[in-house]
Write a protein that binds this ligand. Structure first.
Ligand code: ADP
Ligand code: MG
Length: 253
């Protein structure tokens, strides 16, 4: 084996031991460039290290995206603002900057089915993952079921703690399935725990006046929950007809 090949193998071994995949990927091509352009050694080292840093940054973001468990990845790019009433592109792009996550503030998307609520909630969640935020997407009914199951398995505290570590919790489709009293209380506790500590996004087809129907008719609990959720919240009301239905009709005519 040539000395150069031996050195190369040693470098690869080091990158594995040190967990530096970015270095492993670039060190050879950068070395060629450095030789051709007569870079100082420090410049070469700087380029190699910055490639490693970029690679780590990307890998954290990929992991955040996986952990968020979005049912589909939706982005603001693919949202047709001209086809949607009640949603401002300026407002959404401002929210994409993520100050509401830092604050933290809540977002409530309310409106009829098919008007882009879930799409926008996911898109802003994706933006948050790009800022390395921990995001979790869950349908309201699934979240309540998980809380109930954890309670029965005496693992409620652990689940609650895990949910509290999430910077952005997206609770989708509140209102599709009503909860029983215990389920409603568990969701209430979750939202109370997150109040002023973490950001929460809710999508719902209900008006605020109708929320009580989801919480087994419990006026007191619903009022207290809305109070916390809406206190530091931006409410976005989507309007109009279902986007898919309109697309279909548009295609047919
Ligand atoms: P909702 O959650 O309000 O019921 P969704 O966000 O699930 O509605 O939207 C239904 C489908 O239509 C999704 O595939 C979504 O990507 C798409 N959609 C809705 N509104 C728009 C829009 N304005 N531009 C692009 N796609 C849209
Ligand atoms: Mg939806």
């Amino acid at each position: 084996m040539s000395a150069a090949a031996l050195t190369r193998d040693l470098i690869v071994t080091h990158t594995r031991a040190l967990k530096m995949p970015g270095v492993a990927r670039v060190f050879e091509s950068l070395a060629r460039q450095a030789r051709d352009a007569h870079w100082p050694h420090e410049d070469y080292l700087q380029e190699v290290l910055s490639a490693e840093q970029a690679s780590r940054h990307e890998s954290v973001i990929r992991q955040r995206l996986r952990e968020a468990r979005f049912p589909e990845v939706k982005t603001l790019d693919t949202f047709d603002f001209s086809a949607s009433e009640g949603v401002s592109a300026t407002q959404m792009h401002a929210l994409a900057r993520g100050e509401w996550v830092t604050a933290p503030e809540n977002l409530i998307f309310a409106g009829p089915i098919g008007t882009g609520k879930t799409h926008l909630a996911i898109a802003l969640g994706v933006e948050a993952t790009k800022q390395k935020r921990r995001v979790l997407f869950a349908r309201a009914a699934d979240l309540v079921r998980q809380l109930l199951e954890a309670r029965d398995a005496r693992e409620l505290t652990r689940l609650q703690q895990r949910l509290l570590r999430v910077d952005v919790l997206v609770i989708d489709e509140l209102g599709f399935v009503p909860f029983d009293r215990v389920g409603g209380e568990l969701l209430f506790n979750l939202i109370t725990d997150r109040y002023e500590r973490r950001a929460t996004v809710v999508t719902t087809n209900l008006t605020f006046a109708e929320w009580v129907t989801v919480f087994a008719g419990d006026e007191k609990l619903t009022t207290a929950l809305l109070d916390r959720l809406a206190h530091h919240a931006t409410v976005i009301t989507t309007k109009g007809k279902s986007y898919r239905m309109r697309k279909r009709r548009g295609a047919g005519s």
